[in-house]
Design a protein around this ligand. Structure first.
Ligand SMILES: [Zn+2]
Length: 211
């Protein structure tokens, strides 16, 4: 099985409209940072032991009875295991309803003749070394995506992210995971411009007494 363990504490950058994937060990924390503000990052998680187990918006909503998630909400898998818990959140608004933007999003919603492959295409490429095929890509946790829900009609509207420069959201892993992350490619989700995303992995704090 392919592996890529990022160096703990090192901040990595995802260029605009691209994506990446990496391993996250149980106990490690992933922090997703919006360096310039107003930029969405879609996040996927798969079990490192069996990539058929993946992050599940449906299971998570079932157990939270809520669609807006923040500290200390857990994110569940399709097998109802807790994959991640949100441990820090300076933005406070994220989305877990929308699929990753894709060439079909840009064709159907934006009317693009030569559509960009979007977060979906970036996920497919980044996850290929782990054997994840495109039909196995679930709904991502869309960090900083700001979806307004009309409580009566259920109508959804994608609004400008609330994230300011330097805002971040952190997740601690409860099991060994493969994570995929993007700097989202959809104009309307990102306030009209494409910006980078930064991320880092940190090890669990060492609580052993110092001598
Ligand atoms: Zn996107």
């Amino acid at each position: 099985m392919h592996t890529f363990y990022p160096s703990a504490g090192v901040e990595y950058e995802i260029k605009p409209r691209t994506g990446t994937a990496f391993n996250l060990r149980s106990g490690q924390t992933l922090t997703v940072i919006d360096p310039l503000g107003c930029q969405v990052s879609d996040m996927l998680a798969f079990s490192a032991a069996d990539p058929r187990e993946s992050i599940s918006s449906g299971r998570t909503f079932d157990y939270a009875s809520r669609i807006f998630l923040t500290v200390p909400d857990p994110l569940y898998s399709n097998r109802s295991n807790i994959f991640l818990r949100i441990t820090a959140d300076t933005c406070g608004r994220h989305d877990f309803l929308f699929t990753p933007c894709s060439k079909d999003t840009f064709r159907i919603i934006y009317g693009d003749a030569e559509p960009h492959r979007g977060c979906f295409g970036n996920f497919v490429e980044a996850l290929a070394p782990w054997g994840v095929e495109e039909d196995a890509i679930p709904i991502p946790f869309n960090c900083f995506m700001n979806v307004i829900v009309d409580g009566k009609s259920g109508e959804l509207r994608v609004d400008i992210p609330k994230s300011k420069a330097g805002d971040y959201v952190s997740f601690v892993a409860e099991v060994d995971l493969v994570i995929a992350l993007t700097a989202c490619s959809a104009l309307r989700s990102n306030g009209g411009s494409f910006k980078p995303i930064r991320w880092k992995v940190t090890d669990p704090e060492d609580h052993s007494p110092s001598t």
